[in-house]
Design a protein around this ligand. Sequence first.
Ligand code: SF4
Ligand code: SF4
Length: 469
Amino acid sequence: MSEQPSSLYADWKKIYPRYQTGFFRRLRWSLVAVFLGIYYLLPIIRWNRAEGLPDQAILFDLPARKFYMFDLVIWPQDIFLLAIMLIAAALALFFMTALAGRIFCGYMCFQTVWTDLFLFVEKFFEGNRKQRIKLDSEAWSLRKLLIKVAKHFVWILIGIATGGAFVFYFADAPTLFWQFLDGTAPGPAWFTLIFLTATTYIMAGIAREQVCIYMCPYARFQGAMFDEDSLIVAYHPELGEPRESNRRVRESSETKTGLCIDCDACVTVCPTGIDIRDGQQYECITCGACIDACNTVKDRMHMKNELIRYTSMREIEGKKTRWFRPRILIYGTLLTIFLGGIAVYLAVKSPLSLNVIKHRQPIYIMQSDGSIQNNFTIRILNMHTQARTFSLEVEGLKNASLSIVAVDDFDSEKRPLITVDSGAVMTFTLYLKQAKNSVKSGSKDITFLLRATDNTDFTHSYDSKFMRP
Ligand code: SF4
Ligand code: SF4
């Protein structure tokens, strides 16, 4: 007899998570408010900068290749900093996962945050879980049509706000806002707005838990960061089993029953539609909704309420969770090093860069008056947000004079003055000459000093050598 091949395809079943109040729900609402508040409001905040510069607190100015973050300006030269920040973000995720499991998925991931918002809108228009199931099973009527249209309309508005807020990070928000209204916004802004509106609507409104279960790669590789001490949400069968829904049986002294009353409250609230009593499942995003549900049921019945809780595999085995363990210490140390490196770099970062290259051909020139001349190429980068004028001098060489090709402006000390625009790189040829009566044989260590004329804090030095016969 031939075996029938079993299908690997399962039909999608719509999940109707029941709304559950409780400690973890309140915690998640607080985080939703914080994250959405930050995301939507940041591009609106104005920031006081020098004249001619954008007054938007956070602006990723792609044409000018500058990222403004309050008083910090990231230049193309700092681009490695973004790579370091990404590595630090990945390490923070590893650290968080090793310590507290999928806490990021349950409380911080934008898929969770926006899905919560969309579910709130759905509940507002369609009612509680039972009413939503009933509405979906009903034949189409004017009432059903109006409810569905209103819900989808608000979802699309949230999608537009989400896409709109995103593009506002890349242009002056008020200007772009009016450009959207009068239809003169640039093509890429329209494309991004429409794309993000559509993806927000589809991901948070339609696909929801399927993004977490089938699309997100994090659910698949998180196991590599987990160990038996990582926090998980777990049902305790030793307390709950055998489960019994019949009160009389539970209260009868003849039957031994566990604490689980088989009410299914933990199943109906689950946003990914799983039954946590079946053991650990990769679909669980550790949102804590089932803990709130079970605690509410147990509180109502004045029963011990620790059936479902945040715990670890080690704790389930009756041992104590170890918080300090090698992977936590390694992730924590690496994260501290990267964050420390970023902080130090930002603290010592100079808005000025000076580079000096000694010409090798010829290595020195003996002039007809006996003086020795060395030629250099200097490169100055002004990463300050204003144009600046700098004076250049050399230290460590007696009776020296320097001149720069195409620069004929000097200060009272006869030092050449160079003006460099904000964000500009300027390259010059420099002649450094030592008078005959001071020339000694051999090379001499020298230092070039570049100083902003209006602010001596903006100073940069570069060590080089002066070559002589
Ligand atoms: S099992 Fe519980 S913690 Fe896990 S996703 Fe479902 S409700 Fe959230
Ligand atoms: S909510 Fe608690 S009591 Fe009810 S079925 Fe789930 S585990 Fe059992």
